[in-house]
Design a binder for this molecule. Structure first.
Ligand code: AP5
Length: 214
């Protein structure tokens, strides 16, 4: 099963990726997590990406396409994968096609901008695993600690409101056109397109996903 999770920053892609990974046993490929790992390791790519990410901009298509091509070729992707945060531009989607990377489902998470701004203010993440929480809507069992490792949760540098608003503007300008792109792919019989109401509670969104994916 090959799935694209498409939606604005904070729409709930990472949260539902955790559910889908557990349910279907396929790996999550989060380009954001890959970039944050490179930043943590202090690699040249990480140093370059940090400036761009902190400014709420997109990392270059060339770098991202290279990362994803390498990742989907790994053995754990043989039975499928979840693309979380990729593709994010038309050139990235085109590059997937050119490289013969097909997808079975494209799932759009529909959430209004103002709800997203409010959600991001309460997001907490476990940097080691990418697990995501919310202080109100999806709290960890122990405040400030990851459920699995007990390690500290952090607030992402790009979750300040000003940067979130910039990321949303970029989403509307560069990523939203992928909605029409993948609807056209579905019309051509190349994938299935689903639009989810991402404003429902976390468990309700998971239940919708389970129903439509079977
Ligand atoms: P990335 O890490 O991909 O961030 P993003 O797409 O902006 O998405 P987020 O991780 O912010 O949100 P999400 O949809 O996963 O929401 P979440 O589940 O956490 O990218 C970061 C940066 O890296 C980019 O800005 C860019 O610079 C760069 N980058 C990455 N990929 C790139 C690419 N392909 N090309 C170029 N540059 C790239 O949920 C958010 C919060 O809401 C959480 O607190 C969660 O608990 C809560 N929540 C989730 N669902 C619900 C619900 N149903 N109800 C209430 N609360 C909920």
């Amino acid at each position: 099963m090959r799935i694209i999770l498409l939606g604005a920053p904070g729409a709930g892609k990472g949260t539902q990726a955790q559910f889908l990974m557990d349910k279907y046993g396929i790996p999550q490929i989060s380009t954001g997590d890959m970039l944050r790992a490179a930043i943590k390791e202090g690699t040249p790519l990480g140093l370059e990406a940090k400036k761009v990410m902190d400014a709420g901009q997109l990392v270059s298509d060339e770098i991202i396409i290279g990362l994803v091509k390498e990742r989907v070729a790994k053995a754990d992707c043989e039975n499928g994968f979840l693309l979380d945060g990729f593709p994010r531009t038309i050139p990235q989607a085109d590059a997937m096609k050119e490289n013969g990377i097909t997808v079975d489902h494209c799932i759009e998470f529909d959430v209004a901008d103002e709800i997203i701004v409010e959600r991001m203010g309460g997001r907490r993440v476990h940097p080691g695993s990418g697990r995501v929480y919310h202080v109100v809507y999806n709290p960890p069992k122990t405040e400030g600690k990851d459920d699995v490792t007990g390690e500290d949760l952090i607030i992402r540098d790009d979750d300040v409101e000003e940067t979130v608003r910039k990321r949303l503007a970029i989403y509307h300008e560069q990523t939203k056109p992928l909605v029409d792109y993948y609807r056209a792919e579905a019309d051509a019989g190349n994938t299935q397109y689903h639009k989810l109401d991402g404003t429902q509670a976390v468990e309700a969104v998971s239940a919708q996903l389970a129903e439509l994916l079977g």
